[in-house]
Structure formats: C-alpha cells, structure tokens
Design a protein around this ligand. Structure first.
Ligand code: FPP
Length: 264
C-alpha cells in the first residue's frame, strides 16, 4: 500500500533539530498511545491582536501536523482533546467556529486518513454534538474503521467524570455481578474500550492540569507540559516529548522500572 505519509525519511531534513531528536529516539520503546491537551489557541491569538477564533484556525493546522508526525513516527494511538464538556460555556461564535473547523478538518482530511491507513474514533457524548458534524464523524469513522496504522481518537464533547458515570450506568443496566467488577471489566464500559491507556500525555501552553481529560485512563501516564502554545506546536515538539518520555523510568507503583514494549 502506498502511503502519502511515508516514514520519517524525507520528512525530517538532515542536520536539523528534528534530525538530532530522531537520532535520540529508541524506536523499540515508542509510546503506544500519545494523548494531547491542545491548549493556548486563545493566548496565541491575543498575542497577535487577532480574534480567538484565529487561534483555533491556526490550531487546526497544528492538528494536521501532529497527526502526520505521529503516524510517521510509528505512534499507534493519538488522542486529541478537541472539545470539552466545559467548552460550551464559551461565546456562541467561538463554539460555532470550533465545530465549523472540525467539519472542515473532516472534509479536507478524510482522504488523508483513508490513504494513510488511519482510523478515526470519537470519544465523548455524541448526542450533544451538532447534527451535521455528528453525521460527518460517523461517516469518517465508518470509512476508516478497518484501518490499522494509527488510530486518531478525537475527544469531542468529552469529560472524564461524565465518561465514568456513563460507564457505571451502562454496567449497572447490564446487571453486572459485583464479584465480576474489576479494573479491566470496568474499563470495557468506557468510551476508550479497546484502546490502551495513554503512555504519554502532552499539554501545551504551560498549564499543569488534567482538565477532566482521560481521568481513569491516565492513572500511570507520563505527563509532559510545554510552554509552547498549541498553534505553534510542530513536529519537533512531539519528537522532544518522546525523547523526554524515554528518559523517564516508569515504575507503575513498583520499585523496578517497567519496560513496556511497543504494542500494536
Ligand atoms: C484550547 O485553547 C483549545 C481548544 C478549546 C480547542 C482545540 C481545537 C482545535 C485545535 C481546532 C479544531 C480541532 C480539530 C480536531 C480540527 P484555548 O482557547 O483554551 O486557549 P487559551 O487557554 O489560550 O484561551
């Protein structure tokens, strides 16, 4: 199969910062699942005396770059926090711009997803998503459902606490037997069922918060915070995050470092 996104070769120019970072990466120990809290679009726009919506527009270009860089690198799951439950509190025109940008992204990028063997998956409360966007999301999810190279998980109208409550309700409705409830059986009721927990969580724009993102799933996730604002986030930032991640010892509560091999 021919991919428009080939490997890193040709994508990373020799002698650049990116090339130096790639040299430091151990490709047998890549994080399988990288999740990103894309923050700082508003501040990026304010710094340029632009309306906040311009920050989101520039942010959607960073989304394209992050997807391409992650796929070329060999990441298996990339989760992007694109619209939180709390984002509805923003002014109506900003909310409309965000959903509009998502529709535009789907219209422009569904071909890219298809041609590069990328699968789209949505987590969050679908019912609250504007109908036309929901329809497009369902179309792209259906078209890409058998793709295997990387899964792009979009967290939309998503909240970690709400996801946990929804999972509990589903579980109770199915009358799960008390003794059958454990961490693994519970996780199967979450929106992320079947997706491994994130190994690395990136947050841009310097804030040190989870903001209701993947609360259950990020119990042992390595957090990496950068002051870079999301519209300025480039492949070198993703590479740097992976380099730093690989320098950390993951002990999962034990005393010995645990080496998790890259899974597919
Ligand atoms: C946070 O910046 C970002 C968001 C609330 C939305 C993220 C959306 C995009 C990057 C664009 C559309 C998404 C896709 C998938 C095409 P902020 O507005 O909270 O920034 P601030 O904290 O500086 O105000």
């Amino acid at each position: 199969m021919f991919f428009m996104f080939d490997t890193l070769e040709g994508y990373i120019k020799p002698g650049t910062v990116e090339a130096e970072l790639v040299k430091q990466i151990d490709f047998t120990r890549l994080p399988v699942h990288v999740a990103i809290i894309m923050d700082g679009n508003g501040r990026w726009a304010r710094q340029r005396n632009l309306p906040r919506t311009e920050g989101h527009k520039a942010g959607s270009e960073s989304v394209k770059e992050a997807v391409e860089a992650a796929a070329r690198l060999g990441i298996k799951y990339l989760t992007l926090y694109a619209f939180s439950r709390e984002n509805w509190k923003r002014p109506e025109d900003e909310v409309n711009t965000l959903w509009g940008l998502l529709r535009k992204y789907l219209a422009e990028e569904s071909r890219v997803l298809l041609e590069n063997d990328l699968r789209l998956k949505v987590i969050g409360e679908r019912n609250g998503i504007p109908y036309l966007v929901r329809r497009e999301l369902a179309r792209v999810e259906r078209q890409t459902r058998n793709n295997r190279r990387m899964t792009v998980v979009l967290a939309l109208n998503y909240g970690g606490r709400q996801e946990i409550i929804k999972a509990i309700k589903k579980m109770v409705r199915r009358k799960s037997r008390l003794e059958e409830i454990d961490e693994n059986s519970f996780a199967r009721y979450l929106d992320t069922a079947g997706i491994p927990d994130p190994d690395l969580l990136i947050r841009t724009s310097g804030e040190m918060r989870l903001s209701n993102f993947l609360l259950w799933q990020s119990a042992y996730t390595e957090l990496w915070v950068t002051p870079v604002l999301w519209p300025d986030f480039r492949k070198k930032d993703l590479l740097q995050a992976v380099v730093d991640y690989q320098k950390r010892e993951r002990r999962f509560g034990g005393v010995e470092p645990v080496q998790k091999k890259g899974r597919t």
